[in-house]
Design a binder for this molecule. Structure first.
Ligand SMILES: NC(=O)C1=CN([C@@H]2O[C@H](COP(=O)(O)OP(=O)(O)OC[C@H]3O[C@@H](n4cnc5c(N)ncnc54)[C@H](O)[C@@H]3O)[C@@H](O)[C@H]2O)[C@@H](O)CC1
Ligand SMILES: [K+]
Length: 544
């Protein structure tokens, strides 16, 4: 499922109207009708439609329902009349959608009142047509600020104030209406996006509608899938309005929700993961992990174990020699390689030679969890980057080393094997040289820019992890939960991605499949513990 920006949505709208000849007013009618249907569902009234049984088709079969024509809308009439919805209408097409919904809800037997944020005569184009249709249908309307508006008289609110045409924080009557709607405590159904949300980033302005349901029109908007916007949107329902689904991909939209369908196509992942009955441990790849130090040996252990658990054939864990006797019992399935160490058991830049030698016989190199910083680490990482001709996965301290390297822009990858970076927002901020809130303000945008400029596959972790690829595609994950914000969960992800790369997946496939599986394992672990908060990183490995 594609995820668009406001600008991409405008282009797709225009293409549909201008090139396919579908009138804008039809799209608006479909949009408003879809919103009304979702309101009816929320009220427990279902979709209002006539059900015409087979008898009416003339097919001659035994008719269902004894040949009756069921008029479903009459069944809930009593209940419908107890509902009174306010439609908050803005000046633009978002307001127009709300006005269409007002008509359909009235038709379904609900009481509806339209509250305009601006004098209705200021509406233009299709929205003005809908204003006149609503008035001609006898739907009462008032103007906020001029007429008294008492939210205690209604049972629910449609927010059709601002959509993808919003610029900046809501102003004047818009701001006052949003605040009043939120304060009412009533269920709010947002048309397209909650008013006050930045459709492209997920940033919420002050104020911003807190919706129970958002009826997103035609395509998901970026702002609905990233926090805090995702929190303001409530449950998001994407409804078709007559814009062909295929248009998004055809018009170059390359940001998608990371679903199983997306994994299959366009990513081309074999999600069944059938193993070759004739396979042996060499068939499934060999991961080299350079991670862990005296204070943080567990990080390396979790990365290495996760790589095994995701199905790669062999894992060699390279670590400072002093640690070897301490960890050997913890994971007997691992192969250990002692690396040159500093005086206090820390990593030593001299270990690059040994790692590069080992890497020649391995399929993937994962570097970083629990590594710590050490003298000469920048040159050490640069050698791995430039001389290790196998896919690299960099996490944690490897990212901090990279962020601190002043010459990182000059590092080259002669072997062309992919690099996958897995920063959390703080590490991403260091890589970009900006404060963390700036990363969080536009996670998809940041990930896309960095991946493209640096030619890497970037996994920006956090709620709704974003995977961005060097060719400008991005995928937004929906699996996992806040209980996975626990020490070591990131180390596990690094191992999963490395393990999938070792099994022959390409960088985008391994990153996307890995992120999704990691979240699903976290969900399973939470179910086993009966509480997401109790999940620890080891549980995620066990649930893989
Ligand atoms: N063909 C189309 O273009 C379709 C558009 N649709 C709807 O139209 C929406 C986009 O419509 P528009 O482009 O008209 O834009 P909006 O309806 O989102 O907002 C437009 C108007 O709001 C005002 N405004 C903008 N930012 C403001 C702020 N911060 N404070 C106060 N006022 C502000 C401006 O006067 C602007 O003209 C979509 O979100 C969707 O709901 C749907 O009707 C389907 C078809
Ligand atoms: K809205």
């Amino acid at each position: 499922m594609e995820i668009v920006t406001a600008e991409e949505m405008r282009r797709l709208d225009r293409y549909t109207i201008d090139r396919l000849g579908i009138p804008a007013i039809s799209l608006m009618e479909n949009a408003g009708k879809a919103i009304a249907e979702e309101v009816l569902k929320l009220c427990g009234l279902g979709a209002a439609q006539n059900t015409v049984p087979q008898a009416a088709t003339g097919a001659g079969d035994k008719p269902e329902h004894g040949g009756m024509i069921l008029a479903e809308e009459s069944l809930g009439q009593e209940r419908a009349s107890r509902e009174h919805w306010y439609v908050l209408a803005g000046k633009g097409n978002n307001g127009g959608d709300g006005l269409v919904a007002a008509r359909h809800l009235t038709d379904a037997g609900l009481r509806v009142t339209i509250i305009y944020a601006v004098p209705p005569e200021e509406l233009s184009g299709e929205a003005a047509v809908q204003r006149d249709a609503a008035a001609a249908s006898g739907i009462p309307a008032c103007l906020y600020g001029r007429d008294p508006v008492d939210f205690s008289r209604c049972t629910g609110i449609i927010d059709a104030l601002l959509g993808t045409g919003t610029s900046g924080a809501p102003r004047a009557n818009y701001a006052a209406l949003i605040a009043a709607a939120n304060d009412s405590g009533l269920p709010i159904v947002a048309a397209d996006i909650p008013s006050g949300l930045d459709a492209d980033t997920g940033e919420v302005h002050d104020p911003c509608i807190r919706a129970q349901v958002t009826v997103c029109l035609a395509f998901l908007k970026r702002g609905l899938v990233q926090y805090p916007g995702a929190g303001a949107a409530g449950s998001v329902v994407v409804r078709r309005i007559g814009i062909p689904q295929r248009l998004a991909a055809e018009q170059g939209v390359a940001v998608r929700l990371l679903t199983e369908e997306t994994l299959r196509s366009p990513l081309g992942v074999d999600v069944s993961r059938q193993r070759d009955p004739d396979g042996h441990k060499g068939t499934y790849g060999h991961v080299l992990v350079a991670a862990g130090s005296l204070r943080m040996s567990g990080a390396g252990l979790m990365t290495a174990r996760a790589a095994l658990r995701i199905g790669c054939g062999l894992v060699t864990w390279a670590l400072p020699e002093v640690l070897m006797p301490r960890v050997i019992a913890a994971a007997p399935e691992l192969m250990l390689a002692g690396a040159a160490q500093g005086p206090d058991g820390e990593w030593n830049a001299g270990s690059a030679d040994e790692l590069l030698r080992l890497a020649r016989e391995r399929d993937v190199l994962a570097v970083g969890p629990g590594l710590g910083r050490f003298p000469g680490d920048t040159g050490w990482l640069r050698r791995l980057w430039e001389e290790a001709e196998l896919p690299l996965v960099l996490d944690a301290d490897a990212l901090n080393i990279l962020a601190a390297a002043e010459d990182a822009a000059d590092w080259t990858r002669p072997g062309r094997a992919p690099v996958v970076l897995t920063p959390h927002p703080g590490e991403m901020a260091r890589l970009l040289g900006v404060p963390t809130p700036e990363v969080q303000r536009d996670r998809i945008g940041c990930a896309l820019r960095y991946a493209h400029e640096c030619g890497v596959t970037l996994v920006l972790k956090g709620a709704r992890t974003v995977v961005a690829t060097p060719d400008g595609a991005a995928y937004v994950n929906t699996t996992g939960h806040a209980g996975m914000a626990t020490g070591g969960a990131g180390d596990v992800l690094t191992g999963i991605i490395a393990g999938l790369l070792a099994q022959g997946l390409d960088a985008a496939q391994a990153a996307c499949f890995g992120v999704r599986l990691h979240g699903q394992a976290g969900e399973r672990a939470a179910a086993r513990r009966n509480n997401p908060a109790s999940v620890i990183a080891g549980d995620i490995i066990d649930a893989l």
